[in-house]
Design a protein around this ligand. Structure first.
Ligand code: FAD
Length: 652
């Protein structure tokens, strides 16, 4: 240890002490100043929502405690400018170096790049590390050196790569750097308003943020639930999946550690010849692979938060309809499964992946709302709000990815309801006004005989809305919109036939960037169905603890449902039969398919595999350097007609 080395360790979304490359390196070299800088101004339109800020606050307190017990406190700084705050820290301790772990979201990529440039110009040594991914995005390219644009190809390449797996132990002691910096208390950071505290208190009953809790959650999942993941991951209620997403988002859990622990378990099961359990591990790692892929796409195509990866949506006639958008947010669309999902999201800040797919598809395909609005709303309301995964999810469902859902695929919420909530319990829980509707009608109350509704106490249009749009009309509108888009595409091509390249834009660029109206969290009445107010937080009286509190300990086993899912699930290929049913409900006539396959879509190509060098060295985002956009043309053919293996695993 060279004792005169003084390093500022800049924490962001790597709120843990073990397997933290930036912290480990700094601790080895000398004294450290760990710092977290909160700069709301720089967050811009991606300022985190209430629940996400709540999590951050708890997690910071946890980390502060841990670092203190190792010998160095975590400084909390509220700043107008991150670079100025960093410079203040650097000057205060006479630091020779700044270290941090990479982030890949488009906002951080730009900010970090310019901070690094400026500090290096000032003669500082700045080093950044991979603390968030199994595979560094600049290591994975196809044979021609291009970035992958389909998950399957990307993941196969990853799996074929040798992975240097080194999990770093936490430093056993930290030497604090001497110097005085103005810092503030956790309350002064302002992550939580007074008005938010009572609603946030509910979150603490279901979730325990902090890196050591993340470790416990991982161990518990691996020991008690991983073996069942292949069977249960499609259940929309209870704890059917790992619930690790918020921990992974805030970097409280090292993804390398997740891989290592899960693989160890798999080895054991291989030895025991337990193939079903082994499959669970593969599927779980595929899910982790999707997270990796989300970072990969953002790194290689850093405009994906604004533009679809495919340019096919350039002329899509979005309906920027504020009343529909509000009804969707409030869970008042008249489609029970969608409404239940949206109310769960508002109340708990978390929903199952399948529900995310259902509600987001509804917004885009039924209501034709701009996908960016939905993405922003999820960003504002999810506990695990993660820009890259959010972007990936919304692009996946809106026909913006080569291997995502087709734009013309319209799934019926009624059929999805009977597949994923066969007994209607999920809907009954979140829509108490439908609690007495018999299971037969719970997912399509508009078809129920008047007498049935009457005895269930439901009056459509009064205490529960009529469908905001009929399925047939939605189908018609979507088809029309797609044809309109094609016509405009064709006209533009003709107009551009002089050979000039089209620019890849999404016509929703002309639609206002929504700042979602702040919603009142003070009022704690059960979710109203006929009020003009926006979403509200349900009271405890209104929420069964098992569902409101997603914590694994409160898992309620539902054998019947699990049997059902087991029945629907095709173990051989990892694609659920339920999904195949859904595919058949999609309005995808063969004529339209042919027309789809004739259409050329452009994928912007951003970078080639020019990156070299030490993984722990500084890097620059190729996306920031390369001219944008160069284009390649991709023929939308085979992946649509024959979905790739496990296509809907993406969604589950
Ligand atoms: C429209 C839409 C928006 C989404 N927004 C987010 C978001 O803001 N933040 C977020 O973390 N996830 C998002 N997802 C992905 C996914 O729904 C969640 O990661 C998952 O439901 C988290 O639950 P879990 O931890 O129990 O997942 P598990 O099934 O146990 O998976 C383990 C981990 O793999 C990763 N993962 C799983 N599925 C996906 C996926 N489809 N895409 C990317 N990573 C995945 C997550 O990190 C997750 O914690 C979104 C999906 C859709 C369709």
């Amino acid at each position: 240890m060279s004792s005169d080395s003084r390093t500022v360790v800049w924490f962001r979304r790597d709120l843990r002490v073990d397997d933290n490359p930036a912290l480990a390196t700094a601790a080895k070299e000398g004294s450290v100043l760990p710092v977290f800088i909160w700069c709301p101004k720089e967050e811009g339109q991606f300022y985190p929502g209430r629940v996400s800020r709540w999590w951050l606050k708890q997690s910071l307190m946890h980390l502060k405690q841990s670092l203190r017990s190792l010998g160095a406190d975590l400084l909390l700084i509220k700043a107008e400018s991150t670079i100025e705050a960093l410079l203040e820290c650097i000057h205060a301790i006479g630091a020779t170096k700044l270290v941090y772990n990479h982030l890949y979201d488009p906002i951080s990529l730009v900010r970090d790049h310019s901070i690094k440039q400026k500090l290096m110009e000032l003669g500082m040594s700045v080093q950044s590390y991979n603390g968030d991914l199994l595979y560094k995005p600049w290591d994975i390219y196809d044979d021609k050196g291009n970035a992958f644009t389909t998950f399957e190809a990307y993941w196969n390449k990853c799996l074929s790569m040798q992975m240097e797996f080194v999990s770093l132990l936490p430093p056993w002691r930290l030497v604090p750097a001497a110097g005085k910096v103005n810092n503030c208390s956790i309350e002064e950071l302002g992550l939580e308003d007074e008005s938010e505290k009572s609603s946030n208190a509910l979150l603490g009953r279901g979730w325990s943020p902090g890196w050591s809790n993340a470790d416990k959650a991982l161990t518990e999942f691996i020991e008690q639930h991983l073996f069942d993941y292949s069977k249960k991951r499609l259940k929309v209620e209870g704890n059917s999946t790992s619930l690790l997403s918020p921990y992974l988002h805030f970097g409280e859990l090292s993804v390398r550690k997740v891989l290592h622990s899960v693989r160890m378990k798999q080895l054991l099961w291989v030895k025991e010849g337990n193939s079903v359990w082994e499959e669970s591990v593969d599927l779980f790692l595929r899910a982790i692979g999707l997270r990796e892929y989300s970072r990969y796409l953002c790194f290689n195509f850093p405009s994906t938060h604004e533009r679809p990866l495919l340019s096919n949506l350039k002329h899509f006639p979005w309906h920027a309809h504020h009343v529909h958008f509000k009804a969707w947010r409030q869970g008042r669309t008249g489609y029970p499964l969608v409404d239940a999902g949206m109310r769960e999201l508002w109340a708990t800040g978390w929903i199952h992946n399948r529900i995310r797919v259902i509600v987001s598809s509804f917004a885009v395909k039924f209501l034709l709302l701009p996908w960016k609005w939905g993405m922003k709303y999820f960003w504002d309301t999810l506990l695990d709000a993660d820009l890259e995964s959010d972007i990936l999810g919304w692009q996946y469902i809106s026909g913006s990815l080569p291997d995502g859902h087709e734009l013309d695929r319209l799934d019926s919420p009624e059929i999805q309801g009977s597949n994923y909530d066969p007994e209607g319990e999920y809907v009954r829980h979140w829509l108490p006004e439908l609690a007495r509707v018999p299971t037969e009608w719970i997912h399509h109350p508009w078809d129920a005989p008047f007498t049935v509704l009457k005895s269930a106490g439901v009056e459509l249009g009064q205490n529960y809305p009529k469908p905001i749009i009929e399925i047939d009309l939605a189908r018609e509108r979507l088809t029309e919109a797609i044809f309109m888009m094609w016509e405009k595409d064709a006209a533009t091509k003709v107009a551009n036939s002089n050979g000039t390249n089209e620019e890849v834009v999404d016509n929703s660029d002309s639609i206002e960037n929504l700042s979602i109206a702040n919603v009142s969290v003070k009022e704690k009445t059960p979710c109203p169905t006929s009020s003009s107010h926006d979403q509200r937080v349900p009271t405890f009286q209104n929420s069964k603890s098992g569902l409101l509190n997603r914590k694994r300990a409160k898992c309620i086993e539902d054998e019947k449902l699990s049997q059902n899912n087991l029945h629907n699930y095709d173990h051989g290929c990892g694609t659920s039969r339920a999904d195949e049913d859904l595919r058949s409900t999609a309005e995808s006539s063969s004529a339209k398919k042919q027309a789809t396959s004739r259409t050329s879509f452009s994928v912007p190509q951003s970078c080639s595999s020019s990156s070299e060098g030490n993984p722990l060295q500084e890097y620059e985002s190729p996306g920031l350097k390369q001219p944008w956009p160069e284009q390649i043309v991709w023929e939308k053919t085979s992946s649509k007609d024959g979905p790739s293996h496990g296509e809907d695993d993406w969604a589950c």
